[in-house]
Design a protein around this ligand. Structure first.
Ligand code: GDP
Ligand code: MG
Length: 673
């Protein structure tokens, strides 16, 4: 192996970049049918015909302007790290929009290969695309691919290798009108005589300067020749130029498209008709809510029998372990600590799998993007950016990637607010708490209660956003046009893989962080409180107020007593900050009362907790401090401890007020006692 090719995958959002990346490198990055799924760069390797390729999956961008963080990430990678080949992935069903980026990549003077992806969809629609003609027109290799099934990969890799062997290409010039060209000439002359700029494609750099691209102007300011540049720029009206340049690019594209493809316009109607219904002004939101409700109903109803089976298994295992281990404290650690604690979390694996299966069906079919689209109207009424809803919906899985996905939001204030409210969207880790408590106390209505909690989370997020946007984070908002991806029949395999990956994450978490958490809880529950004469892990100590955890719990109990929570719940909530599943895990340890092998649910139902307190606890778990991982990502993405603390205090304050209201109003009215 002598050569190495650095390849970057670029393209609009949702065109199949990650699918192709996975097909080439054999990795399993998350693929999703909506814009903004890949916000961080991902790298993979592939050896093809003895040549090593290093492939970079860039975030999706519509253009190479500096409007949002992901566009800057993609662009900076191309101009600073200079990959040998840029593969632009194009959605064959949406050529015009995609080719806009092509014109910009060509102006950058990079060696370009086009992967014409989703050709299966274009074919099914009845579009006729002349690949050879596009290739001649652009003078760039164009390869047809089907990313989701790995079609055309070898052709693509061959084209990359071949292009790599060719001489450097020139910055392909679209000639603009004289005014612009003169400006470009003047600037290029300055740039070419300045060693600082030799690193950059000068014609492109000049154009960006003329468009007064913030990020590029900043780079230019580091040069000693900047005053000269500034002088040229002062003669131009940047906004006017930008519109002109964009207009001309589109004209070029349209001229070309007329010659290379024939779009079958009549075929769109099926998808259009569906869209007319699901994005309807009145029906849209009720339909979205019904789908969500159905998802939770199925998650709960179909999950329960499996849940019971796992429950029985862990009950048996705990008993068997306790009987087999002769040392009493060790038997308690293994039986009541590890097995009961981890078991009480693993029980919910079926629910987690089902929920993710449903979510991935909605996501892969393209429905979730419609949901974001209808919410966009609601969001803009609130004064929030429509793009905010996509990260929020992603939060159903886990808030951490959701917060990272806010990088697609251009307006920094909208982005901040979206980060701050994202933790209110109920993630998968909170589901076990709901399934346990709703299942125990609300029987047949459990699905509805769980749906209600998710809806409450969305509502709190939206109202909080409105509140913050008009108080602590005031400012202008930017308009937003959302592009709807085409509907795709979700593949069973795709959804199953997605489901299994989530399941693996869940099991891994149960075996690591949750195991450590419950062992810590067990240990604190087994150590006698200072002054107690009872022995370590003895029956008088374990899980009682005679234990260390009992003392600590009673210290914090007054804080949550007005919510109806006892010291065990207080402790569980504190440990739940490590990972929300631990709320259930520690309850499993603390309520798991020695001799009787009853399940946690049975113990709670037998009177350890009233349904009203259970409801308050679910609401509290939804809103209070997010988990460590989430706190970390809030800090990283806002870059501020001040805002991170604000989120924690605000969320926990809300949680307290809501749970207080539930408990106080409920108990006065004698509800759910
Ligand atoms: P990215 O945002 O560009 O990384 O796009 P993804 O790789 O996440 O793909 C977006 C959606 O398009 C997913 O639902 C894929 O399964 C689907 N997809 C990708 N390539 C193709 C293709 O060639 N044909 C079809 N029918 N679907 C595809
Ligand atoms: Mg992607």
């Amino acid at each position: 192996m002598t050569e190495k090719i650095n390849v970057a995958l670029a393209g609009n959002p949702n065109v199949g970049k990650t699918s192709l990346f996975n097909a080439i490198t054999g990795s399993k990055q998350h693929v999703g049918n909506w814009p903004g799924v890949t916000v961080e760069r991902k790298m993979g390797k592939r050896v093809y015909n003895g040549i090593e390729m290093e492939i970079e999956d860039l975030p999706g961008t519509y253009s190479l302007t500096a409007y949002s963080l992901d566009e800057i990430v993609a662009r900076d990678f191309i101009i600073e790290e200079k990959p040998d080949i840029v593969v632009q992935v194009i959605d064959a069903t949406n050529l015009e929009r995609n080719l806009y980026l092509t014109t910009q990549l060509m102006e950058l003077g990079v060696k370009l290969v086009i992967a014409l992806n989703m050709t299966d969809l274009a074919l099914a629609k009845g579009d006729i695309i002349d690949v050879k003609k596009i290739q001649e027109y652009l003078e760039v290799p164009v390869i047809s691919t089907v990313g989701s099934r790995g079609g055309g990969i070898d052709d693509l890799l061959n084209a990359i290798t071949e292009e790599f062997g060719k001489a450097q290409v020139a910055e392909s010039a679209f000639i603009y009108e004289d005014e612009i060209e003169n400006g470009i000439d003047e600037l290029t002359t300055i740039l070419e005589n300045d060693p600082y700029f030799t690193h950059y494609p000068t014609r492109w750099f000049s154009m960006k300067l003329l468009e007064s691209d913030e990020n590029i102007v900043k780079k230019a300011q580091s040069s000693s020749n900047y005053p000269q540049i500034e002088q040229v720029l002062s003669r131009f009206d940047a906004e006017h130029l930008e519109t002109k340049i964009a207009g001309q690019r589109y004209k070029t594209i349209q001229t070309m498209l007329k010659q290379v493809c024939k779009v079958n316009a009549s075929h769109l109607s099926g998808s259009d008709m569906v869209d007319r219904v699901v994005t309807n002004k009145y029906l849209g939101i009720p339909i979205f809510l019904s789908f969500m409700w159905l998802a939770f109903e199925i998650t709960f109803t179909f999950g329960t029998p499996f849940m019971n089976m796992i429950d029985v298994f862990f009950g048996w295992l705990a008993e068997a372990a306790a009987n087999a281990i002769p040392v009493p404290w060790l038997a308690s650690l293994v039986g009541e600590g590890m097995i009961a604690g981890v078991g009480s979390v693993i029980i919910f694996l079926p629910n987690i799998l089902l929920l993710f299966f449903m979510l991935s069906l909605m996501e892969d079919s393209g429905y979730m993007s419609r949901a974001a689209f209808i919410m966009d109207k609601v969001m803009s009424k609130i004064g929030l950016h429509g793009k905010s809803f996509i990260p929020l919906i992603m939060g159903f899985g886990c808030n951490v990637p959701a917060i990272m996905a806010t990088r697609t939001i251009e307006n920094s204030r909208d982005r901040l607010v979206t980060i701050l409210v994202a933790p209110f969207i109920s993630c998968g880790a909170r589901l076990p708490v709901y399934v346990l408590l709703a299942g125990t106390f609300f029987g047949r209505d459990a699905g509805l209660v769980i749906f209600g909690l998710y809806a409450l989370g969305i509502l709190v997020a939206l109202l909080s956003a409105k509140l913050m946007r008009s108080t602590v984070v005031k400012g202008e908002d930017t308009p937003f046009i959302m592009e709807l991806p085409s509907y795709k029949l979700p593949t069973l395999k795709g959804s199953a893989i997605h489901m299994w990956e989530r399941g693996k994450v869940y099991l891994k978490k149960a075996g690591t962080i949750i195991l450590i958490g419950v062992v810590a809880v067990w240990l604190l529950a087994a150590i006698p409180a200072p002054g107690s004469s009872a022995a370590f892990a003895s029956e008088e100590v374990y899980g009682t107020t005679e234990s260390l955890i009992g003392v600590i719990g009673q210290l914090i109990e007054p804080l949550v007593a007005p919510l109806g929570f006892d010291w065990r719940v207080a402790v569980a909530l504190v440990f739940g900050v490590v990972a929300k599943e631990i709320v259930v895990g520690s309850m499993g340890v603390l309520y798991g009362t020695g001799e009787n092998e009853e399940s946690l649910s049975a113990v709670l139902a037998a009177g350890a907790m009233t349904p009203l307190v259970g409801l308050g606890l679910m609401v509290f778990t939804l809103l209070y401090v997010p988990c460590f991982a989430c706190i970390g990502v809030i800090k990283r993405e806002t870059g501020s401890w001040k805002w991170t603390m604000f989120q924690l205090v605000y969320g926990t304050g809300l949680a307290w007020i809501f749970a207080f209201a539930v408990y106080q109003i409920g108990s006065r009215m004698g509800l759910l006692a």
